[in-house]
Write a new protein. Sequence first.
Length: 178
Amino acid sequence: MRIVISMGSRRRSGTGVEAATDGKGEARTALLRLGAWLEERGLKHSRQRDVIVETFYGMGGHVPVDGLVARVRALDARVSVATVYRTMKLLAECGIAVPRRFDDGQTRYEPSTGRSHHDHLICTGCGRIVEFENERIEELQIRVARSHGFEVESHKLELYGRCDRCRRAEPGARDPRP
Ligand SMILES: [Zn+2]
Ligand SMILES: [Zn+2]
């Protein structure tokens, strides 16, 4: 299966507008936060970590760890696979990246600095990942949980299906547009 991630761009849910960014400003913000976080814990700063963070932000979207490893090692072969995995765990701990595990079992990370909650649509054909936000769904989930006596702390909503491109490519497909 081919995994398509939006490279260096971020989809703005709702508006359908894609704000192109190389992720450099975000990488800087993330590095500052990570630096402060490491310092508080008496941990050392490393140049390799910077390369990993910059590469991660440059890739945008939902980055599979093995894809990140390949990209980082192409830039600096001295960075070990274990260091990339460890660094991404650290980023998640410090709250600047969120790990995602969709049905294909791969661990992906997405940047979380300056981002609000969103859910995902995942194409079972091409692996495309689309983000969405829907206030009514959010409210409804809270209400459903409450009716069962639950107070929601967090949730993940993943919708699996075939995207418009894959559906158009299917033999005998009709134009999916209304
Ligand atoms: Zn697709
Ligand atoms: Zn996302």
